[in-house]
Design a protein around this ligand. Sequence first.
Ligand SMILES: *Cc1c(COP(=O)(O)O)cnc(C)c1O
Length: 219
Amino acid sequence: MSISENLKNIKSSLPEHISLVAVSKTKPATAIQEAYDVGQRIFGENKIQEMVDKYNELPKDIKWHMIGHLQRNKVKYMAHFVDLIHGVDSIKTLKEIDKQAKKHHRIINCLLQAKIAEEDSKFGLSFTVIKEILASEEFKALENIKVIGLMGMSTFTDNTDQIKSEFSNLNSFFKELGTQHETLNVLSIGMSGDYPLAIDCGSTMVRIGSAIFGNREYQ
Ligand SMILES: *Cc1c(COP(=O)(O)O)cnc(C)c1O
């Protein structure tokens, strides 16, 4: 099926309150344009340089989400346009985003990445550290970032019970935090393989790549 057909099918299956991030990493600008032409406006990339190149080439009303692990020294290249940064996993990175956002007189929205998967390869913060960051004076002093929610990635497994328990744990924590921090409204969980499960577990934002654009040759 074509990109536009995939997108229409997925969109029609999503509850209305769910935001769809079309993950276009490694895909050419023509593929993004095809999705754009049928109304998609939020796109996710995992490499800053690639996102910058696509930003320069494509329509300016696209909302660009950085979903990959961040290299702090490259934050400056996207600070003038990035709409949401999903994978923030340290106070150091928050400070760098704040510093770069300030230069452009912007407030950049961020999600803190929570570690919910078993395997060591997945980045992210423990729930305890997330609470500590949000309560810290260092964090409260940052005026040019806004933490609007949490992001998580489940373990890469066919075991749906395990994925479900990881997502549910994160959702419980997200709800608990929400009672103390009213700006936290976004829960970014769910990819091509597990987004229906993520939605059952409280997702408000799904990040879908291969189910829209087809398989990637690398990454
Ligand atoms: C690549 C990627 C996705 C999309 O993965 P698919 O399985 O292709 O849907 C979602 N989130 C992150 C963080 C990614 O790196």
